[in-house]
Design a protein around this ligand. Structure first.
Ligand code: ATP
Ligand code: MG
Ligand code: FE
Length: 341
């Protein structure tokens, strides 16, 4: 099988061709970082327009890279949510048009499922169930992944996502957008023990995350003028890691037997975080799986791969499938805890 994947839920316009045996035949990503940088964050209207301008030629170029035509593709998979709805609609409507024109099946993909299954694209030996830390710009969750579409959410954030905390803290230090990679780079030059920062919810009986207080503490540290930016960045990153490890350790105890500890989402590109999680997995005699850096941040290969997994189960969607700004992976947990929690 070969699946065309389309991603447009945030600020990367992306297309990819991925096969059932985990080969990425071609993938292209057009980042909009430059367009949003003056505003210090993603502007939805600018993002939607950019997706609309770029997506069609990007798909053509991706097919050309692989030396393929649409006729040779088995299905078209596109992100149908969650995300900025204007961008999601551009990708989904494009996928619908291609499906209609070619008669190929349409597969509507949850962007978070794309992140959640991306480790299986990277590692053919990774079997369900696995414990997943999904850490991205909009989400910070611990999920028991039992299969395609089968997620049990064990923890989520009660305020900011981890990527959001990186981005906001970076902004406070004047590092610009996107902040995560810049914070990681600056942290290399700093001393993580210099700035006393809180570890919100560390050791709590509740399973959840909280990062708003950490971000506020970064602001106070910066305003105090007592610390170098590098020391603040290093101390912030260490505080974030301590919270992540504490919550992951708790979740491992609660989850029952799993095949691996897995991390995915944009923040999974952070090498210090990967290292700390790898050590935690070793402590529990578990395999540790993290996708290569390029598969952590938004991309279309992960959407195509989720399409591969759904196609293999005979799943597809009708052409009137809706774009969804909100689309929790575990609707039951989401209903119990309410929006965001
Ligand atoms: P979501 O997937 O929740 O809808 P998103 O698609 O905007 O959100 P991703 O592209 O998955 O998010 O991840 C982007 C986030 O990852 C940003 O917050 C960015 O700062 C963060 N990030 C990227 N690289 C790093 C890094 N090296 N260290 C820390 N954070 C990083
Ligand atoms: Mg981006
Ligand atoms: Fe994402």
């Amino acid at each position: 099988t070969t699946i065309l994947g389309i991603e447009s839920s945030c600020d990367e316009t992306a297309a990819a061709l991925v096969t059932g045996d985990r080969t990425i035949l071609a993938q292209r990503i057009a980042s909009q970082d430059e367009a949003h940088r003056p505003y210090g964050g993603v502007v939805p209207e600018i993002a939607a327009r950019a997706h609309a301008e770029r997506l069609a030629p990007l798909i053509e170029a991706t097919l050309a890279d692989a030396g393929m035509t649409l006729d040779q593709v088995d299905a078209i998979a596109a992100t149908a949510g969650p995300g900025l709805i204007g961008g999601v609609m551009v990708g989904l409507v494009t996928a619908k048009a291609l499906a209609m024109a070619t008669g190929k099946p349409l597969i509507a993909i949850n962007h978070l499922e794309g992140h959640a299954l991306s480790p299986r694209l990277a590692d053919g030996a990774l079997e369900y169930p696995y414990l997943l830390l999904l850490v991205s710009g909009g989400h910070c969750q611990i999920l028991l992944v039992e299969g395609v579409g089968k997620f049990r959410r064990l923890a989520t954030t009660i305020d900011d996502a981890l990527g959001e905390a990186f981005d906001k803290s970076a902004k406070l230090l004047g590092l610009g957008y996107p902040g995560g990679p810049a914070m990681e780079r600056l942290a290399l030059a700093g001393d993580a023990k210099k700035v006393p920062l809180p570890r919100p919810l560390k050791g709590s009986d509740e399973p959840h995350f909280s990062f708003a207080g950490l971000k506020s503490a970064v602001m106070r540290a910066k305003q105090s003028g007592q610390y170098s930016d590098a020391d603040i960045a290093a101390s912030f990153q260490q505080a974030a890691i301590d919270c992540l490890i504490d919550r992951a350790r708790r979740a491992l105890a609660a989850a029952g037997p799993v095949n691996a500890l897995v991390v995915a989402g944009g923040v999974a590109a952070n090498k210090a975080i990967r290292g700390a999680l790898e050590a935690l997995a070793a402590e529990h005699a578990l395999d540790f799986v993290a996708p290569p850096l390029a598969l952590c941040t938004d991309n279309a290969a992960m959407i195509a791969w989720a399409g591969v997994e759904r196609f293999a189960l005979g799943q597809s969607d009708p052409l009137d499938v809706a774009a969804r700004p909100r689309w929790p992976l575990d609707p039951e947990a989401d209903a119990v805890r309410g929006a965001g929690v």
